[in-house]
Design a protein around this ligand. Structure first.
Ligand code: C2E
Ligand code: CA
Ligand code: CA
Length: 670
């Protein structure tokens, strides 16, 4: 018999060239040769196994192999076994097919063994071995659990045991699900992790877990399926990091960010989240908006402390009455309740408040509440629209004196809905520059010539049809889109004025403007840029402002400044709808105005009402006295034109001269 060294030294260079793990044993099962593939695949190096009894077959199993062994040794044929179980050096269990064949050298029998692992499986084994070495590193920094295919825990590292307070013996065989709190939210998470692993996918995220004695802790969790064959994961590894402190801080911050400190009610942001969740889960509910009537006058009647008492006492009563409903404070004096209860119950709150008055300095506070009710999903279907509709209902109540709770009519909801559709379509229209401009000529009564045209917006939407400026402008002002309309109109007006200018036609183009546009600090810069880009002389542009605008501008020096800067550029200003607002001598002095436009309501009655005539005469004289030119709007007949000429009016605009028309049509009138 050859000694091991000789066999090893002769056999191994040959065996090393083979793609399979291989070994040579003597009849007693002692390893005599062990190739490189075997080293790689099972983790044992030659020194580990040479001269030893097959190290990777468990002791008690060797008995089982004894008969088999004799059979192999005495047979000339190879024997193929579908699967033998081997434990690798790292302690992992691998099943592999094996081929065994006895051979003779100098009358001694030896056994040649080849592990028939496919290259793919060898790969898996390799990566598995690599993984186990990585695992050692992970073990020290993560809580780690190993789970079998049934979801039973087969291993937990020390860190895991320390956190979860389980003992190594007791945790083995417990289920994966037992590590999570038995709440619906946690079950959802645990099931998601399990499903992902079953499908061979990783799962990463935050999860709440519980210790053996039921204490909650939070972890950042990575769950990994482990493949030992290509098809199905054989087991799963969970790596966890404790994030309980971070979570606690987050909760505390959320509390501060989502709760109204004074009342403990949630704030508007939280309300929005809750409503959105309820909507996504299709819970039906009633959205109730409360506003304290004349809150600011109440505040003035009492001292600062009274305000606090009022808010707290009111909150108290709301909590008592609506009990389990969600409640929020959405502004200083406004509250929202989400309730499944009906309208009659909600309205009963006012009676409840009467029966439980709030006392301040031993006297009852004269508290009056207005409320707006909107139903989800019957009336409105989004948070914004629930808010808007309820607020509109409150405004209706308050305009009738307040002190009651009501809801909008179906028609109101329809109107509100239409408004939101217009808002949406307007965004599209602005984006696609789908708005159009018509020009309405103004006739100079002294020269008999058309010297100015007013640019008026027109919008015909392919989905919602024609939207008149009377509908469009207020909505645009409310949403802030008026600024976009403004710059679109200005650009178009400048392009048109410049085009006419190049043709030798100097027509002034007058555009309408809203006070909101002037609140934009960049207004002047933007106007300058458009004038430059379009090559339009500033003298050809006039801006119309309304009396309401003028009144607000008077109080805001920045607006006056911007107007004056534009005036310095050469732009002129006209006061639109004159006579319908509060004509104030102050703003007439303060604002750089060049023209007043008498509103059409005065002109329409000029023939029949001597009072109108006197008013118009007065307005014309007033305008002239402060050096402004005077234009009359809405002139529809020759008779009206004659009277206005006689009164000394400078210019007229109206259907009698022309309706608003396309730029090309304007040229024909010149
Ligand atoms: P406005 O500035 O007073 O414009 C005059 C309105 O009266 C125009 O209505 C015009 O078509 C109409 N009109 C003109 N002559 C006559 C007439 O002889 N008889 C009658 N019954 N009506 C006449 P439109 O175009 O529907 O505009 C309505 C309002 O919408 C405008 O009143 C203006 O306040 C606003 N608007 C229109 N375009 C714009 C714009 O581009 N920007 C802004 N901010 N507002 C605009
Ligand atoms: Ca106008
Ligand atoms: Ca007007």
């Amino acid at each position: 018999m050859y000694d091991i060294q000789t066999i090893f030294q002769t056999a191994n260079p040959i065996l090393n060239q083979m793609p399979y793990p291989m070994m040579i044993l003597n009849p007693e099962g002692i390893v005599l040769a062990w190739n490189r593939q075997a080293e790689k695949t099972f983790g044992y190096c030659a020194e580990d196994v040479l001269g030893k009894f097959i190290p990777f077959i468990e002791e008690e199993r060797t008995y089982f192999y004894k008969d088999l062994w004799q059979k192999i040794i005495h047979s000339a044929d190879p024997l193929h076994l579908e699967s033998i179980t081997i434990s690798t050096k790292k302690g992992e269990i691998v099943n592999t097919p094996i081929t065994l064949k006895a051979f003779t050298i100098d009358n001694d029998r030896y056994i040649f063994c080849q592990f028939n692992l496919g290259s793919e499986e060898q790969q898996d084994l390799l990566s598995f071995n690599e993984f186990t070495s990585i695992r050692d590193g992970l073990e020290s920094s993560f809580m780690m659990l190993s789970i079998d295919q049934e979801g039973l825990i087969s291993y937990a590292n020390n860190l895991f045991l320390k956190y979860s307070k389980w003992t190594p013996k007791r945790i083995i065989g417990k289920t994966f699900w037992q590590m999570f709190p038995q709440t619906p939210e946690s079950s959802v998470v645990a099931d998601a992790i399990w499903k992902s692993l079953q499908n061979g996918r990783q799962w990463k995220g935050e999860a709440e877990k519980i210790t053996k004695d039921g204490q909650s802790y939070w972890v950042d969790l990575t769950a990994i399926p482990i493949f030992t064959s290509a098809k199905k994961p054989s087991n799963f590894i969970l790596l966890e990091n404790d994030i309980t402190d971070k979570k606690r801080l987050q909760n505390r911050l959320e509390k501060i960010a989502y709760i109204d400190q004074e009342t403990g009610l949630m704030n508007r942001y939280r309300l929005e989240q809750i409503v959105n969740t309820m909507i996504s889960e299709n819970h039906h509910f009633t959205f109730v908006y409360f506003s304290i009537d004349k809150f600011y006058s109440l505040k003035e009647l009492y001292d600062d402390q009274a305000e606090q008492v009022l808010i707290q006492e009111f909150t108290q009563r709301m909590k008592m009455y609506f009990q389990d409903s969600s409640m929020a404070r959405v502004s200083i004096d406004e509250f929202v309740v989400l309730t499944p209860l009906g309208e009659w119950f909600i309205q009963g709150f006012l009676t409840y408040l009467e029966q439980h008055p709030i006392y301040i300095n031993n006297s009852t506070l004269p508290l009056s509440i207005s409320g707006g009710i909107t139903k989800y999903p019957d009336d409105q279907i989004s948070f914004t629209h629930l808010m808007k509709a309820s607020y509109a209902a409150i405004q209706k109540v308050q305009s009738e004196g307040g002190g009651s709770i009501s809801s909008l009519t179906k028609a109101d909801h329809k109107a509100l809905h239409k408004k939101s559709v217009i808002e949406k379509r307007l965004l599209v229209a602005l984006d696609k520059k789908d708005l159009k401009v018509l020009y309405q000529p103004q006739l100079d009564l002294i020269t008999g010539k058309i010297t100015t045209v007013e640019a008026l917006v027109r919008w015909e939407d392919e989905e919602i049809g024609t939207v008149s400026p009377e509908v469009l402008i207020p909505i645009a002002e409310e949403t802030g889109l008026i600024n976009d309309i403004g710059s679109f109109m200005l650009e178009q007006a400048c392009l048109q004025a410049a085009a006419w200018h190049r043709k030798g036609i100097d027509l002034k183009v007058s555009i309408n403007s809203s006070v909101r546009e002037f609140r934009d600090k960049n207004m002047v810069k933007q106007v300058r840029r458009i004038l430059e880009d379009t090559d339009c002389p500033a003298e050809l542009i006039q801006i119309e402002i309304t009396e309401k605008f003028a009144l607000e501008a008077e109080a805001e020096t920045s607006i006056i400044q911007q107007m004056k800067q534009l005036q310095n550029e050469g732009i002129v200003f006209a006061l639109d709808d004159f006579g319908t607002g509060y004509a104030s001598f102050r703003y007439m002095q303060l604002l750089p105005l060049s023209q007043i436009k008498i509103d059409q309501t005065f002109i329409s009655t000029i023939q029949y009402q001597p009072k109108s005539q006197m008013l118009i005469q007065g307005m014309i004289q007033f305008g002239k006295s402060i050096n402004m030119s005077v234009l009359a709007e809405g002139v529809e007949t020759q008779e009206q034109q004659d009277i206005l000429t006689e009164f000394g009016c400078d210019a007229i605009q109206g259907y009698h001269i022309s309706r608003p028309i396309e730029a090309k049509e304007v040229e024909k009138l010149l």
